[in-house]
Design a protein around this ligand. Sequence first.
Ligand code: GLN
Length: 447
Amino acid sequence: MTNKLLVSLKVLIIQLNPQIGQIDQTIKRTWSILDKVTKSSTYVKPDIILFPEFALTGYSFHSRKDILPHVTGKDEGPSFQLAKSISEKFQCYTIIGYPEKADEQKLYNSALVMNPQGKRIFNYRKTFLYDTEEKWNCEENSEGFQVFPMNFPKRAKLPDEDTFERDVTLKTSIGICMDLSPYKFKAPFNHFEFATFCVDNDVELVLCPMAWLSSTSVTDKQIQNNVLLLESAKNKIALSLKEQGLPLIGSQGEYQLKIGDSQRTSPVPSDDCTGEYKYMDVPDMSNVNYWILRFFPFLYYKRRSQWFRDTSLVENILTRSKMPRDHEYYKNGKHKEEAMGVLNSKGVTKDALLEKTFLGASLRQPWKFEGKNVVLAVANRCGTEDGTTIFAGSSGVYKFNGREVEDPKGSEDSPLDSLNESVELLGNLGKGLEGAILRDVQFEVLR
Ligand code: GLN
């Protein structure tokens, strides 16, 4: 028999603006944030402390030579040491992003997971790489997306019990920033590779260390390669920072703390978001909405029931399950042949596919995630680098509740942003300030 367990997890996210070559200063600010967090009247001991991607080193390295002085093995170096000290002090898990050099001299963009005893229990390497990583020959994670267990003693209870006395082990996945995007921005947007992996594997906790850019960053190759255009784009950013009273690297040391309160983030429809870099203490809702959309398989969407009756779903699921990393594959129609091949061989193969999903739908049910819960924690850095790259901050905690929800009046379709009530926005930090957010998330798992 399966039981519903109610889990209570305290998740603390640290938002930082690390600059390259300033590791000591960043560590110092981290400790002062943690000190303020613990002194807050609403503080409770966290079970998890989550840091951004490349949390201490800074992100925008331009060559292998640039990054080499900052890379470390997975059981050494400043990020490892900080995570170890924090885990031991708070007796909690610490997850931190750092540049990794593996034994065979290969470089990775990684996140290590330290347990409450100060032992590293997992090391995840980013699977989908962003342009910036290509510049220093970062390797892809050859394992692809992964699931690993995180054990939380006395954090669960049966619905009729009063206190959380039961141990629970959660199926956890880490997605580092670009892992949430379509592979190389080339794969079809609606394959939602990472979120689909999470749904297919019944993941219950998703942790995302990020260095996600604000849309005000200069990313256009044409501008980057034209001295005059680049100069004027940089001037525009410098001016806008000046107007906010900020230095060129963005804000450091002015902390925003949202500790243990229950203040949620108000939904803003995607159409009303500008993505402008103003109001540092307010989340960048265009990014928040985008992240929610990238978890589409976890979102309630009315039309899935129609697709379920539509046979093309079968073909799509089969295609998805064999998805290669090359969009050319789809262009020449090879996927159709293969889908038919698998279908015709019947029986065994088809059974294995029953758990696979496409857009959240499986061959077994319209919405595989229905009735389940998943917690998503996003730690995104803030500040700017190179005078061109602005990071979007807005770290936050979300719960996808797996509920079929009413669509807003007058709308034909379920909203695919913060307005969708199957996602609960438990709180976000602002786009441009360092700081911390702590949330007690209660959610259900089946055991
Ligand atoms: N898709 C992300 C962005 O556009 C990728 C950044 C990253 O991987 N750090 O910001």
